[in-house]
Design a protein around this ligand. Structure first.
Ligand code: FPP
Length: 271
């Protein structure tokens, strides 16, 4: 089910009416529209990325307030290396700046930072900062903030499939027995609740090789709001749309309504 909303549409669900048992546990966001936001203001594209950091802060704060367990942000895709060199290096500098300026605050707020993706292509300096930030925040429990950096959904599936195959070899098992669950347990976000809600800002209707495995049963939400304008109202609107959806996981609406289904997640059921 796909919902598109205009940024001007009035909120359907007021913030304070969202009950905690209706809230998504895991939200992911494709933070699109930074370049256009800057260009609309006669500024270079990287200005939009810099302003996008404020939206990241707001989104983290929203998730903390609402008790959302995991927030996964698409900061840099495995395809984003194709961008002009200046934009890529500004984004790398911005990641370092964010790690320098924000990690202590995240730690004080009980937020665990996790970077998902192939970080081996980043500079030694950035890799060291990532490692330090993850180490500092590893015991925090209020929210996991996953930053997807040099991340691609196909890369994630391939690395998980390799590990599942290796498990199979190590245990002298036949590869025919490799199940969805055997792959799922090696996916980057396997330690966290299943993805409930995938939001894309910026008006496009694509997943862009983001969490393609994890999005199998996620609710998709697309908004025209450009990422630097994505505020608490826009996030509330997205969550409001989510709570109004009926998630069926292959069952009928009647089965769900009559609560004859206890564990609707297909992967958990498999093993
Ligand atoms: C997509 O907008 C945005 C990005 C590729 C980068 C997102 C990065 C940030 C918001 C800042 C850093 C964040 C963290 C968490 C360290 P776009 O450039 O494709 O916009 P456009 O579609 O208007 O061109």
């Amino acid at each position: 089910m796909i919902t598109r909303v205009d940024s001007v549409r009035p909120m359907t669900v007021e913030q304070n009416t969202l009950a905690s048992d209706q809230m998504p546990r895991h939200v992911a966001i494709i933070m699109d529209g930074n370049g256009r936001w800057a260009q609309q203001r006669g500024k270079p594209r990287v200005w939009g990325h810099k302003n996008g950091v404020e939206s990241v802060r707001r989104a983290v704060s929203f998730c903390r307030q609402k008790g959302i367990a995991s927030l996964t942000l698409f900061a840099f895709s495995s395809e984003n290396w194709r961008r002009p060199e200046g934009e890529v290096s500004t984004l790398m500098e911005l990641f370092i700046l964010v790690l320098n300026n924000e990690v202590k605050k995240l730690n004080r707020n009980d937020v665990r930072l996790k970077v998902v993706g192939d970080t081996s292509r980043f500079s030694d300096k950035l890799q060291a900062k990532i490692q330090k930030a993850e180490e500092l925040t590893k015991n925090n429990t209020a929210l996991v903030l996953n930053i997807a950096a040099n991340y691609g959904g196909r890369w994630d599936i391939a690395q998980a499939a390799r590990k599942a195959a290796q498990d199979s070899i190590d245990n002298n098992e036949c590869v025919d027995n490799i199940s969805e669950a055997a792959i799922d347990k090696h996916m980057c976000l396997a330690d966290q609740p299943p993805l409930d809600l995938l939001i894309r800002t910026g008006g496009d209707f694509r997943i862009s090789n983001f969490l393609i495995w994890q999005a199998a049963y996620a609710e998709l939400y697309f908004t025209d709001v450009l990422w630097p304008d994505f505020d608490e109202t826009a996030f509330t609107e997205a969550v409001g749309a989510f709570v109004e959806r009926e998630r069926r996981f292959g069952f009928t609406g009647e089965q769900i309504k009559n609560q004859t289904v206890t564990s609707p997640c297909p992967i958990i059921e498999q093993e």
